[in-house]
Design a protein around this ligand. Structure first.
Ligand code: ATP
Ligand code: MG
Length: 752
């Protein structure tokens, strides 16, 4: 039965399979390699590859390369890259319309011989004039009377390059008075000078889309040729060609869907190129662009983009999707995935006068995302920075943060109150002298002091400087008309923001939630540990509608865009080849592949480890993180572990012998002592505990020790699960298998 809840394309595919019209579904994604693909292409990719996958069929990737002047190999690579990054695999090799040039030419000859095509020698203007209008029939060119021999001769000489561009064209002889204007003797071939990036100077004539497309579909055995609505009227040409040439079934059939439009942006390669040419954005992967490369560099995940494509659905009517929906999809995806950390964008120094010494506070990376494991140490001392906005000397009503009369909690740490405000000569606040309450520590607070909020902070001496790039919508108008509508604040750069040290040192992820600031992504191109750069993927909440109102009230907006300097050097030929192997064959993500390809030492290390244990992704990850970190401070012959040790370590994680968290500790020990990883694990008893009954006894003990929190759980506070899981993991010295812990804690709590 055909499923009614599916979109019209899928219903059609199901019907075709049910009625045995095709044995197997073949679709294709047919971009022209004249630019980087954008999110509109992602929709087409997700439809074509998605349908093939769901119905056991295949999807081809075909470069529609019929215009020698605008196409090149860089764009081919970008298209391949985008498809793969989105998680799809094309059937067989990448295909090129240019590979079919000879076959297409032969089809044209056949049409001429059938009297169904002729060489026309009218000028472009005359052709337009002769075509008529919607209300007025067209007039056929006098050249349509040329004999078959004359046509064959002329067409051959066109092919050999004997004429200038525009001197002749090949046209189908269909119907100059058809109500469908497209059917009024459409152009099939034109003369074009210039070398084609693949066919070089072999051809002086190039097939038009309307001719090349249906026949390429047919040559490839495509069954469902899915395109956007603008091509609805071209469908008659599509069918005419296939019928007139009496092509053997199975024949392809064209189906149209609505193209994706999004507000506050532009969705066409031509318009994007204009932005690049006018230096409004830096390149095709500028994080403000709706290109797949741009979204990816900004920090969008493939999952978020695919979810978005699924949510907007497939329809037959054009409409514009609100960009907030795209932003929602990435927020939704990152919300439960990424570690949460503290950063300060506009620092205000706070000196806690009654605190002496130093401590490391344990804080979860995933306070809301049970059961993800992961803690970091937050250094704490008497000197910290808070966000300038989190202190107000004369606060308005409803201000919940630090004021001269209102204490505030430092997240994960203590409650402080303001003792003194230090100002510079011009009256600007430069420092707060504060007092802390020793028994107010988060988690064991017995101070009885009430606060209205908790704010982020970083410890002054250990905090790292980072650059943050705050991206915003590229256009200020919902339906931008051109460059005048550019949002002057689409990029704000903060050069000296501060971040807690673990983010740089441990790098547990490349995406983070900077608490209260948004989601951030380590820029995959320019980031280095010396100069960490984070792109804002998206803010935490939708704030644009409010902003528009504010902007309207303010009368002039000052442009803030700063220039970005220092791009990364291009890869050498050799590095490029390595990069290709790593990203395509080993299927490493581009960031990792990029790091490896550019670093001979790391690359060699990786390859050697890989020989010992063939798990490219895991080996590459540890090589580009842990190993790379060691190699920054030591020479390769100074490090105490070998590629084999690393392979052994990965093997143990792979088989579940140790957890990833323990693996990090083992690594530290390996690089300190030079001991073999298996020996460390055995000697120290670090094997992961997978024994359910053992874990259960720990779970029970923790539950019985914490009746208050059990009550909270029963009262509906689901977040408290994280507390229990954390405690159990801690009690097992981090060795209990977190998955099992999660299962058992949930089970046990629900039993009570
Ligand atoms: P642009 O106007 O950006 O240059 P295009 O349609 O010329 O786009 P192609 O490279 O020819 O781009 O398109 C490849 C495929 O992607 C086509 O099947 C096309 O229909 C589809 N596609 C292009 N833009 C969109 C869009 N905005 N929404 C959905 N599909 C699209
Ligand atoms: Mg185009």
């Amino acid at each position: 039965m055909v499923n009614r809840s599916k979109d019209f394309l899928r219903r059609r595919v199901e019907e075709d399979l049910e009625l045995d019209r095709y044995k197997k579904i073949v679709t294709r994604f047919p971009p022209e390699p004249n630019g980087f693909p954008h999110i509109g292409h992602a929709k087409s990719i997700s439809i074509n590859f998605g349908i093939a996958k769901e119905y056991g069929g295949e999807c081809n990737l075909r470069m529609d390369d019929t215009n020698p002047t605008t196409e090149n190999i860089e764009f081919v690579e970008a298209l391949k890259d985008a498809v793969e990054w989105l998680g799809f695999r094309w059937s067989g090799d990448v295909r090129y319309t240019s590979d079919y040039f000879l076959k297409l030419y032969n089809y044209a000859i056949r049409l001429i011989k059938m009297g169904k095509a002729y060489v026309d020698s009218l000028s472009e203007e005359e052709i337009r004039e002769y075509r008529g209008t919607v209300t007025k029939a067209g007039k056929r060119s006098k050249y349509a009377n040329r004999t078959i021999e004359e046509n064959l001769d002329l067409f051959n000489r066109m092919k050999r390059g004997e004429f200038r561009e525009g001197e002749h064209v090949l046209r189908a002889k269909i119907d100059m008075s058809s109500p469908n204007m497209k059917m009024r003797d459409p152009l099939l071939y034109r003369i074009k000078n210039g070398d084609h990036f693949r066919a070089k100077d072999k051809w002086a004539i190039y097939p038009m889309y309307d001719f090349a497309h249906p026949l390429s579909d047919y040559i490839e055995g495509v069954t469902h040729s899915i395109c956007t609505l603008e091509f609805e009227n071209n469908r008659d040409i599509y069918n005419w060609l296939i019928e007139t040439l009496e092509l053997e079934p199975p024949r392809p059939y064209q189906h149209e869907f609505a193209r994706l439009n999004i507000n506050y942006t532009v969705m066409s390669k031509r318009k994007i190129l204009e932005l690049i040419d006018n230096k409004i954005v830096d390149s095709w992967d500028d994080p403000r662009l709706p290109t797949i490369a741009g979204l990816r560099r900004r920090g969008y995940t493939a999952e978020a983009i695919l979810n978005f494509c699924e949510q907007i659905g497939v329809a037959k009517a054009n409409s514009t999707v609100d960009i907030a929906q795209l932003e929602f999809s990435i927020r939704d995806d990152l919300n439960h995935k990424v570690p949460r950390v503290m950063s300060i964008f506009k620092p205000l120094k706070v000196t806690i006068e009654n605190y002496n010494g130093f401590e490391d506070i344990n804080a979860s990376y995933y306070p809301h995302d049970v059961p993800k494991e992961g803690f970091r140490k937050l250094p704490f001392s008497k000197e910290i920075y808070i966000e300038r906005d989190d202190f107000m000397e004369n606060p308005p009503k409803g201000y919940y943060r630090l004021t001269p009369n209102q204490p505030v909690r430092l997240k994960y740490a203590y409650i402080i109150s303001c003792q003194e405000i230090i100002k510079d000569n011009s009256g600007n606040i430069v420092e707060i002298k504060a007092k802390y309450y020793p028994n107010s520590k988060s988690g064991s607070d017995s101070s009885g002091i009430k606060v209205k909020s908790a704010i982020q902070w970083v410890e002054a001496n250990s905090a790292k400087e980072i650059e943050v790039r705050l991206y915003d919508r590229l256009f200020k108008k919902e339906t931008p008309e051109g460059i005048d509508d550019i949002n002057p604040n689409s990029l704000e750069i903060i050069k000296n923001a501060l971040i807690e040290p673990a983010v740089i040192k441990d790098r547990v992820d490349s995406r983070f939630q900077f608490e209260r600031h948004g989601y951030f992504f380590a820029d995959p191109v320019e980031y280095s540990d010396k100069r960490p750069i984070f792109n804002r993927v998206v803010s935490l909440k939708e704030s644009w509608s409010k902003k528009i109102k504010r902007e309207n009230r303010r009368d002039k907006s000052k442009p803030k865009k700063e220039h970005i300097e220092g791009r990364v050097a291009p890869m050498s030929r050799e590095e490029e080849i390595l990069f290709k192997i790593y990203s395509e064959e080993h299927r490493l993500n581009r960031e990792v592949a990029n790091t490896l390809a550019r670093d001979k030492e790391l690359s060699k290390f990786y390859k050697e480890a890989l020989k010992e244990f063939n798990n490219p992704i895991a080996i590459a990850n540890i090589t580009t993180n842990e190993v790379a970190r060691e190699l920054k401070v030591k020479k390769i012959d100074e490090v105490k572990f070998t590629p084999k040790d690393i392979a052994d370590l990965v093997k143990m994680v792979d088989s579940g012998t140790i957890s990833t968290k323990i693996a990090k500790d083992v690594f530290e020990e390996m690089s300190r002592s030079g001991e073999e990883p298996t020996k460390i694990v055995n000697d120290k008893g670090l094997r992961q505990i997978n024994d359910k009954s053992l874990i259960l006894s720990i779970v029970k003990e923790i539950i019985s020790k914490n009746p208050k929190n059990v009550k909270k759980f029963r009262d509906g506070n689901r977040k408290i699960l994280g507390f229990f899981i954390g405690q159990v993991l801690k009690a097992s010295n981090g060795k209990a298998n977190p998955k099992i812990v999660n299962e058992l804690v949930t089970e046990e709590l629900n039993l009570i």
